[in-house]
Design a binder for this molecule. Sequence first.
Ligand SMILES: [Zn+2]
Ligand SMILES: [Zn+2]
Length: 284
Amino acid sequence: MASSLTYFQGRELAIVTKHKKEEAIVPVFESKLGLNCRVESKIDTDQLGTFSGEIPRYLDQISAARKKCLLAFDFTDCDLVLSSEGSFGPHPSLFFIPSDFEVLFLIDKKNKWELKEFILSTDTNFASAEIKNENDLIKFAEKSGFPEHGLILKASNGGVNSILKDFSNLDELLTAFGSLAFKTDSIFVETDMRAMRNPTRMEVIKALANKMANRLLTSCEQCETPGFGFSRIVSGMPCSNCGNATRQALHEIHSCISCKHEKTISLIDSKGFADPQICEYCNP
Ligand SMILES: [Zn+2]
Ligand SMILES: [Zn+2]
């Protein structure tokens, strides 16, 4: 069976990014897969929406990442393109805890397959607040890891919005705050989530790049396409008390991204049964 290493060795990968995400991705993809990476920054990815809210994000995150790859094929002669998208907000199951959801999307035009990979991390400084005075701002800056992590100031006055960013030190931040405070009475600060201004986010992207590269190292046993791996969970672990199926995961299905080959990975451990606590019959 051909290994994934020979599949990618020496091929060119175009990474679509304007925000220096290649710093997190290139070392991983070059060392693990032997790809020659280059950055494709000609595409105006801001067309697809920006973090600071100047342009509303109109595509969902995975579609946006895929769209970036497809746009790139109009500009590059590379047949392998990778893009990345992130979003930030409350964690879907841990209430009030901020989270970073990152997507990587890879399209191999030559071999006609696509692979998406995600990560949901609570490792983020994502936050925003209304700022009444300099003290509030200094506290927020300390908590956010400023100046290594960027901050954005926003204010509106009579329908005119001001957005200020790229401060490199506290003096610049306070001066900008002073200039806004002069003409408006409500000012908001938020963490800058662009990768090059957010080292914590950069680390999450790096972890995701590792996850995707590791997946690409596993090939399908049937057609030898790389990227064989997790696709879905099948629930139904039997209850240890009554034997009925519960919502707990019973199997993982791993599948090929090119052909229809699948493998069932059993999650039945030594206990082999689910706790009656989560059984709808025993604990309705
Ligand atoms: Zn039961
Ligand atoms: Zn296959």
